[in-house]
Design a protein. Structure first.
Length: 169
């Protein structure tokens, strides 16, 4: 806008309106957020994310294992249908082959799951190592929290339901 339009419509100057869209220093302090702590947490998350993509073709391996398992399951279904439509003396060999196809499908899914669990285990080990390293350097910025032990699944579920009913601290 130019000055004449501001005068005609009795509008405040453009600079004041543009600056009012951004928070002032006082407003930033009133939010109660510690920007340095947030930045440190984001840096830690970036480190973890940067460590993960070093292993290449993980997504391709997942897709290949899924395709392999799907093909094995389709072959299993086809062989089961065939085994029910052939003579009894030949059915045993067909059902045996169908069983092997099912085993192959299960093995493919298990290998995919084992790989994912191994990646999670490595991430946890890396986080533990980083925490120990930071503690040794004196940069102990661990987050203190609550921990509870549960004897069985029902006590865990009851504790979660109980926590959901209570307001946060």
């Amino acid at each position: 806008m130019n000055k004449k339009i501001e005068d005609v419509f009795d509008l405040p100057p453009m600079e004041n309106q543009a600056n009012s869209d951004y928070p002032t220093d006082k407003e930033e302090q009133d939010t109660g957020l510690d920007l340095t702590q947030l930045q440190q947490q984001l840096d830690v998350a970036d480190k973890i994310d940067a460590a993960l993509p070093m292993v290449r073709d993980l997504e391709q391996l997942d897709a290949d294992m899924d395709k392999y398992a799907d093909k094995a399951m389709h072959a299993f279904q086809d062989l089961m249908d065939l085994g029910q439509n052939v003579e009894d003396r030949h059915a045993a060999a067909v059902f045996d082959t169908a069983s092997k196809m099912m085993t192959n499908a299960i093995t493919a899914k298990t290998a995919k799951m084992d790989k994912k669990l191994k990646m999670v285990q490595l991430q946890l080990q890396k986080a533990k190592f980083d925490a120990q390293e930071a503690k040794a350097k004196g940069d102990d910025d661990t987050i203190q929290g609550e921990a509870e032990e549960f004897e069985d699944r029902n006590s865990l579920i009851n504790a979660v339901i109980e926590k959901m009913g209570k307001p946060d601290k």
